[in-house]
Design a protein around this ligand. Structure first.
Ligand SMILES: [Zn+2]
Length: 295
């Protein structure tokens, strides 16, 4: 197996260190920084390391092996990142699924200015947030918004978060991100089979700590970059690592829908506790399917 540098590494240790934040993503994948030319050179260097000197190191068999190793590694990392979960994350995930189940039973009514049959993403987030608050979680709607930079265009995104002081060590606040359309955020129309397979492992409903999300974004953005590079296609700026980070990990406004007593719920929901502009409604079409799939 000397031909395959990636598989000879002690992957599980590296993955563990990556998940703990003590190893970089590049360390885990190839043991060097993942940027373009340098890494390719290194890859060749590694690939030729078995020294059989047959002189066909730039031929496709090597690339096939390298590619295979890359995608296998991504999948391992992704699985390891998704599988690990703390009790708070599990509890929030369960409560969110429960809330979505209840909402699908009673039906979701839009209370926003742009009502959609079956409810829009914003109204679903609001409803889930209220329900999670009713069962004791400090859940809020997060509105992230960022300016354009030379690297990425401006944009905005909304998602949910649950913060918890009790379960954290050292009195820190633990932040759990709840994203209802996680997989859809990474789907690409003309992606490769390998990329699609990787993405298929993602849940629709993502519930996880910031650190876990950070790692997932790294894995997925590295995969989309490689996918498009291999296909010699342009990677949309909204798919860049920085853009994805801005969505969930950048600065945001925290909106807490007014807590409503459960018994007055259906009556009170007619009132708008707080209006917020709908900056992201690109996912409306996905919403209904997702709500059903998750259940
Ligand atoms: Zn709505």
């Amino acid at each position: 197996m000397a031909k395959n540098p990636v598989m000879t590494r002690e992957n599980s240790d590296d993955i563990a260190r990556f998940l703990e934040g003590t190893a970089s993503f590049a360390d885990v994948v190839f043991g060097f920084t993942g940027d373009s030319d340098e890494s390719e050179e290194n890859l060749r260097h590694y690939a030729n390391g078995d020294g059989d000197g047959d002189g066909d190191e730039d031929q496709s068999p090597c690339n096939v092996e390298e590619n295979k190793a890359f995608w296998e590694n991504q999948e391992q990392l992704l699985q390891a990142t998704i599988c690990r979960t703390s009790s708070l994350e599990s509890k929030v995930r369960k409560a969110t699924k429960e809330a979505m189940k209840e909402i699908s039973l009673v039906g979701l009514q839009c209370v926003c200015r742009r009502p959609v049959t079956g409810g829009c993403r914003d109204c679903l987030q609001r409803e889930i947030s209220i329900r999670l608050r009713n069962v004791g979680y400090d859940c809020a709607i997060c509105k992230s918004k960022w300016r354009s930079s030379p690297e990425i265009p401006s944009g905005a995104h909304t998602y949910l978060e649950v913060v918890d002081k009790v379960s954290s060590k050292k009195g820190e606040v633990m932040r759990v991100v709840v994203e209802l359309n996680f997989r859809a955020e990474f789907e690409m129309a003309r992606a490769s089979e390998e990329y699609n397979q990787l993405i298929s492992r993602l849940p629709d409903l993502f519930v996880g700590k910031t650190e876990r999300l950070k790692n997932l974004i790294k894995i997925l953005c590295s995969a989309s970059k490689k996918c498009m590079k291999d296909k010699k296609m342009h990677l949309g700026p909204w798919r860049k690592h920085k853009y994805m980070q801005a969505k969930w990990l950048g600065t945001y406004e925290r909106i807490t829908p007014a807590p409503l007593p459960v018994q007055q719920f259906s009556e009170s929901r007619q009132k708008k506790p707080r209006a917020y502009s709908m900056l992201t409604f690109d996912l409306l079409d996905n919403l209904h399917c997702t709500a059903v799939e998750v259940l």
